[in-house]
Design a protein around this ligand. Structure first.
Ligand code: CUA
Length: 155
């Protein structure tokens, strides 16, 4: 089969770029330890409501003044549905699901995770600005997916 010289150049360029991009991802993951905020610890998805600290989802203040927020995602809501956070505080979110895979996304923050049954995922954010934030499920989870959200008030 004859391949035109320019076609061969482009093929070579395309394959080389693919190798470079995959190399960058591999370097970030293995050398720089850049990984998704996932799979921090395991939990029995059938016993989430009975397993501490998810038996009492909500906000907890730590001795250093920062906060931990525990959330359960389930079809088609988050528990808790409303949370009030003091402005300027650092909050570490812990999320798990008691049924299917959900999303856990707070626009205008660093928080963008998946809520996976059987796993606890974790990510932190400092709420510098007061206001009302929306927590939304951005992973299609069923017929009520578009109604799955919660509110976070920062004040
Ligand atoms: Cu939960 Cu989409």
């Amino acid at each position: 089969m004859h391949i035109h010289k320019y076609e061969r150049w482009w093929l070579t360029f395309g394959i080389a770029m693919l190798v470079v991009f995959l190399g960058v991802i591999a370097f970030a993951a293995f050398a720089d330890s850049v990984n998704p905020p996932s799979d921090m610890q395991q939990i029995d998805p059938t016993k989430v409501a009975q397993t501490p600290p998810f038996d009492r989802p909500g906000l907890r203040k730590l001795p250093d003044g920062s906060y931990e927020a525990y959330y359960i995602a389930r079809v088609f809501s988050f528990a808790p549905s409303i949370m009030t956070i003091p402005v300027g505080s650092k909050v570490t979110f812990y999320v798990t699901s008691s049924d299917v895979v959900h999303g856990f996304f707070i626009p205008n923050t660093d928080i963008n995770m998946m809520a996976v049954p059987g796993w606890v995922n974790m990510e932190s954010h400092i709420f510098v600005h007061a206001g009302e934030y929306l927590l939304i499920c951005h992973e299609y989870c069923g017929i009520g997916h578009q109604d799955m959200f919660a509110k976070i008030e920062v004040r």
